[in-house]
Design a binder for this molecule. Sequence first.
Ligand code: DCP
Ligand code: MG
Length: 362
Amino acid sequence: MSQRKIIHIDADSFYASVEMRENPSLQGLPLAVGGPAESRGVIATCNYEARRFGVHSAMPSSRARQHCPDLIILKPRFDLYREVSRQFHEIFRRYTQRIEPLSLDEAFLDVTASSAQRGSATLIAQDIRQCIKRELQLTVSAGIAPNKFLAKVGSDWDKPDGCFTITPEQVADFMLDLPVSRINGVGAVTEAKLAKLGARTCGELQHIPLDVLLRQFGKYGARLAQLAHGQDQREVRTSRVRKSISVENTFSRDIADEQTMQSALEGLLDELENRFHRIEEQYRPHKRVVKVKFDDFNQTTIEETIADNGEHWLNNVAYRGLLARAWRRGNRPVRLLGAGLRLTPHKLENREQLALFGADQD
Ligand code: DCP
Ligand code: MG
């Protein structure tokens, strides 16, 4: 198998950096984004100034304040972070369509087939970092390696504003001293077990017989043995192109009154919003859909185009109207209710061009 070229990108103190960009007077001050200390909030993240005081993600805000009395804690603005994430992806797509998002601020890119920068993955990563700095006034760290595991280790190596490459030739040496705790999935418990077996580094882990690892860790033992050698065959998984997303609920008892139906719809819309947020960087909704299945198993689907005037897709009134119309079509008790969206991928132009030229989109 030919060698892959993988880039892992991870934004630096993501939410906090976006907030500092939006309000530069915050720069240089210890800053966190999270819930308020007074109401048992938790820190989502903090800038590097706050980290010097020992503040970190998932720490209760009240404790963060004890570590750092001057800490500024801002409420998160998820819409803003999602917008930035979309902008990251717009930049990534200039170099490759093979992108696997892990979260709003993290993604794997497979640039094996990219011809940009004469195929140098390190130069592509530097280009991406520069574009993000110039166009979005944010820094991201990048790891470049022949596989996902090492690319992720790389992006963390030189954080913040770092760029670290592990070439195929360097892998064997690099693994010798790499602490096992750097392996994704090795938490405190696994680390302690490995220490008992005499393996603090991947180099030491390489010497533990496979049957010992299998006995201790089950299937994960086999994976550990591979990772210890810096091997990882996982592909960058671009999600298939979706045409729609929907959630539905079959009721334990058929419902016949509009009030109950409408409140069931509200619950579905909450769930739909959650589900859609996970893929929002990649898709734009263009239609609302409501599905109703009646107690005689007849079903009907009704959809409407979302106005192109900036109207938000999540318009409860619009969904309620659709439900009322759908219900009138059968006018009998309902056993299942669904709510959904028809989707258009962002950058459809690019994808269509690719399809036209027969390029592999996956
Ligand atoms: N996040 C969160 N709760 C956590 C961890 C993270 O809400 N326990 C959010 C806030 C982060 C974002 O996800 O800004 C990205 O997570 P990272 O782990 O990448 O952390 P940062 O980007 O903030 O910092 P780093 O520079 O270490 O990547
Ligand atoms: Mg990050």
